[in-house]
Design a protein around this ligand. Structure first.
Ligand code: PRP
Ligand code: URA
Length: 209
């Protein structure tokens, strides 16, 4: 079963409180999504393997450690996942970025795919899927499935808020995918919105409502 990591760092929790507030406007909302993504990225990459390297300082040779092993890619689920990309890229400037376009059918709540563009060597990369909201889990589960279909073997999912329903769906369909969230909320309402959540993440990032 996938591990679920809830990041209770005070900086993340403080920023999340402001993010949830219905009076927070587009500019601040957008900035906070990026900042939270950066803080979460710092925690979610804790297990990256390191290798020893010799570095010549102006004084002597230093035994140092650099990130080793497989290359990474960040894959946002459009639209709202885009808001998390800059924060990830700020910490990993050379990371490759793939895009998966999905929207939820308002009736069935099932994801509809409209875009899929990956770096050509995606099957050799470990992937972190980013999407602020893990609600029914339909979008995240579909994204993980599409990535596995093109050969990706190691996937992590980073969401700002998760609902129990979404976590359960991921654990049953993709038990190998570790899940990182800043908060696990109570439940979904009849429209598939996370309660208490923060509303529609895409609309709040892009000001479309
Ligand atoms: C939102 C959100 C997730 C999805 C989560 O996207 O960004 O992708 O819903 O819900 P789920 O877990 O039930 O699939 P939405 O479909 O609203 O599209 P948008 O980002 O383009 O607004
Ligand atoms: N998508 C959102 O943007 N918000 C929710 O609460 C659920 C799905």
């Amino acid at each position: 079963m996938s591990n679920v990591h809830v990041f209770d760092h005070p900086l993340i929790q403080h920023k999340l409180s402001v993010l949830r507030d219905k009076n927070t406007g587009v500019k601040v909302f957008r900035e906070l999504v990026g900042e939270i993504a950066m803080l979460m990225c710092y925690e979610a990459t804790r297990d990256l393997p390191l290798e020893e390297v010799d570095i010549e300082t102006p004084v002597a040779t230093a035994k140092c450690r650099q990130i080793a092993g497989k290359k990474l890619a960040v894959v946002p689920i459009l639209r709202a996942g885009l808001g998390m990309v800059d924060g990830m890229v700020a910490l990993m400037p050379n990371v490759k970025v793939g895009h998966i376009g999905l929207y939820r059918d308002p009736e069935t709540l099932e994801p509809v795919k409209y875009y899929f563009k990956m770096p050509p060597d995606i099957s050799e990369r470990d992937v972190i899927i980013v999407d602020p909201m893990l609600a029914t889990g339909g979008s995240a589960a579909a994204a993980a499935m599409f990535l596995k279909e093109v050969g990706v073997k190691h996937i992590k999912l980073m969401s700002i808020i998760g609902a129990p329903e979404g976590v359960e769906r991921m654990q049953s369909e993709h038990p190998d995918v570790d899940i990182f969230v800043a908060a696990l909320d109570e439940h979904l309402n009849e429209h598939g919105y996370i309660v208490p959540g923060l509303g529609d993440a895409g609309d709040r990032i892009f000001g479309t409502k």
